[in-house]
Design a protein around this ligand. Sequence first.
Ligand code: FAD
Ligand code: SF4
Length: 378
Amino acid sequence: MPGMDLLAKQVIFAEGCRGHLTKGLFETFDLREGKDPQTYAIGIKELWDIDPAKSKPGTVWHSVGWPLSTDTYGGSFLYHLNGNQVAVGYVVGLDYSNPHLSPFEEFQRFKTHPKVRDVFEGGRRVSYGARALNEGGFQSVPKLTFPGGCLVGCTAGFLNVPKIKGTHTSMKSGMLAADAVFEIVTADEAQNAVEPVSYAEKLEQSWLWKELYKVRNIRPSFNKGMWAGMAYSALDTYILRGNAPWTFKHHADHTNLKPADKAPKIDYPKPDNVVSFDRNSSVYLSGTNHEENQPVHLRLKDATVPIAHNLALYDAPEQRYCPAGVYEIVRDENGDNPALQINAQNCVHCKTCDIKDPSQNIQWVTPEGGGGPNYPNM
Ligand SMILES: Cc1cc2nc3c(=O)[nH]c(=O)nc-3n(C[C@H](O)[C@H](O)[C@H](O)COP(=O)(O)OP(=O)(O)OC[C@H]3O[C@@H](n4cnc5c(N)ncnc54)[C@H](O)[C@@H]3O)c2cc1C
Ligand code: SF4
């Protein structure tokens, strides 16, 4: 089914983190000029039905570090919900440098920690999903308006990174954008205005802008490792209160990988199928479906790059950073002639490949036919 033509006077783009059409707008209207690169993390999440005797609705756990090494940004969240359910997830900063790292396996390993394992033993995993989230914050927010539209929510990058919360900022930006667009579409035609510039002004005067400004240095302070980041974050939050006279810079995530032979291999434990699982059974729980005979939504700019560059230099990191097992290196019966196989029907639309591919050769485009994961309770 072909996509639809948008003929509206104004279009508000709300595609979520790493929007595909938004990427095109960045280029067409130069919206990122003078801004820091956007940086990202991948968040992998599961929903569990747990033993009612272990349920403590309202209990929230957050952790940093283990099982990640201290030079990689990441941590977990675990929320006890009503109805004997627990939402658990793990976030890994996509600026990690070791190409052998697998965010999926880090998450599975996290659940084997004795304290965490106990929550899930005797329970049943009911849902699985993964999604990229923005980590650039204030200094990575692009120019927000252009002739005929504007950007809201996570496609613009309004996530409060230390809190991993972006629902409230998405709603606020949507409300302010609606006000600005209403002014334009109801204005006297003689004014001939096409760019809802007042949206950016309204935003800069709102609590959203102040909130993002105050936490702008927390995430980049972890570029020097977990302990330095924790120490700086305490200083910034409790003493400086977000008012430091400096703003740390960001770098693009895809530039950070070390060559595979310069990074330690990671030996992940096999899934125990009690609290830890493999990718295939996980994707099954995401309800992912793509209609047959649709144009492929994972595109390579250059089909030679995966083997000649990614496999040769980085041991094909797409095999590990994709949480859905979409990318596989297959070989002939002699173990020769490697080729990249793309199992696009498994894609859970997390956008990590579009972000982390070291040569930016993979392009995630919005699939036709409305396919993708089905997350009713996530
Ligand atoms: C693991 C994880 C945990 C999180 N936990 C929290 C939390 O506890 N609290 C909190 O406040 N926030 C949390 N967040 C962040 C929160 O999910 C986002 O900030 C919020 O969903 C952003 O809202 P949005 O409307 O901008 O984008 P989204 O919620 O991503 O919605 C975008 C929608 O647009 C659709 N879409 C995208 N492109 C197109 C297109 N071209 N055409 C048509 N449709 C399109 C997508 O399918 C999607 O349905 C979490 C994020 C992650 C990844
Ligand atoms: S193919 Fe890309 S977008 Fe799809 S699940 Fe894998 S990493 Fe995520």
